[in-house]
Design a binder for this molecule. Structure first.
Ligand SMILES: Nc1ncnc2c1ncn2[C@@H]1O[C@H](COP(=O)(O)OP(=O)(O)O)[C@@H](O)[C@H]1O
Ligand SMILES: Cc1ncsc1CCOP(=O)(O)O
Ligand SMILES: [Mg+2]
Length: 263
């Protein structure tokens, strides 16, 4: 990923733009926020990956999202859906549900968002999950089957699933630190890192599933490393960024536990 330095087009919420750009840079990617409807399609055509995050949408940004998704499909750019707080709010729930038929390469969300997006229950509490990750496994498999893309559910442990073309893969990723929940935008930034890894993997001819696992491992391992040196959210955020930048692939592999739970 660092070698490819993928260009990541982010249409994301107003709360997390700064941390998303910082995280992409630290992880080895190049961020660009391009929301305007008259520009978003052109940019998605040349980007390595696109992030669509519905965390705080404006009317104009939604038009940009439609344009970016259409262009990403036309140009084969992998795009990632982050259905922030879907379930509790009708506008974003309708948007995200409609986009399931537009070929997201990956969906990245917490357990409550996956449950709600799959129509298997209500959402969480605001932007936070109130469901266990394991509860979201069946909804994630159903979303993966419907979209043909990868679905990743985050929490104390993450699960990444593929369920298309007769192939079902489920990978548990154990890493991270509870302080990741005390810094805003860690999940949103992970969605952008997922788009970055997908872009890099497509260039290298590597599987999308492995790209999504690698994104979660990189972000999670950096969280584990930051938790070793930080007592609270402020220093943790800084240490997490530094670890995203400094961790080697070997250190990430040594920090993260992967478990193949494919049926
Ligand atoms: N209790 C926890 N322990 C360790 N890592 C966690 C914990 N909760 C969340 N994470 C990690 O924090 C990151 C953001 O996930 P999450 O908080 O579930 O997303 P969101 O912000 O979208 O709700 C992920 O890398 C996830 O693995
Ligand atoms: C607080 C908040 N409100 C709308 S979007 C957002 C950020 C959510 O960030 P994350 O899902 O990464 O915790
Ligand atoms: Mg969060």
């Amino acid at each position: 990923m660092r070698g490819a330095e993928p260009l990541v087009h982010c249409l994301t919420n107003s709360v997390v733009r700064q941390i998303t750009a910082d995280v992409l840079l630290a992880a080895g990617a190049a961020p660009a926020m391009v929301d305007h409807p008259d520009e978003a399609g052109d940019f998605a055509a040349v980007a390595s990956g696109v992030l669509i995050n519905v965390g705080n949408p404006t009317t104009e940004q939604i038009e940009g999202m439609h344009a970016a998704i259409a262009s990403a499909r036309d140009h084969g750019t992998p795009w990632v859906l982050d259905p922030v707080a879907v379930g509790g709010l009708a506008l974003r729930t309708g948007l995200a549900t409609g986009w399931l038929d537009h070929g997201p390469a990956a969906i990245r969300a917490n357990a409550s968002e996956i449950v709600a997006l799959a129509g298997a229950g209500a959402g969480g509490r605001g932007v936070d999950s109130t469901h266990d990750v394991a509860v979201a496994l069946a909804p994630a498999l159903s979303l993966a089957e419907r979209t043909g893309g990868i679905v990743a559910v985050t929490g104390p442990q993450d699960i990444v699933v593929t369920n298309s073309g007769g192939s079902t893969i489920a990978t548990w990723v154990t890493s991270g630190h509870p302080l990741l929940q005390k810094v805003i935008g860690t999940g949103c930034a992970l969605g952008a890192v997922t788009a970055a890894y997908l872009g890099a993997a497509r260039t290298a001819g590597l599987p999308d599933h492995d790209a999504v696992v690698a994104a979660h491992a990189h972000v999670g391992a950096a969280g584990t490393a930051a938790g070793r040196v930080a007592a609270g959210p402020g220093l943790f955020a800084v240490a997490w960024l530094d670890a995203l930048y400094t961790l080697t692939p070997e250190e990430i592999a040594d920090t993260v536990t992967l478990l193949d739970a494919s049926p």
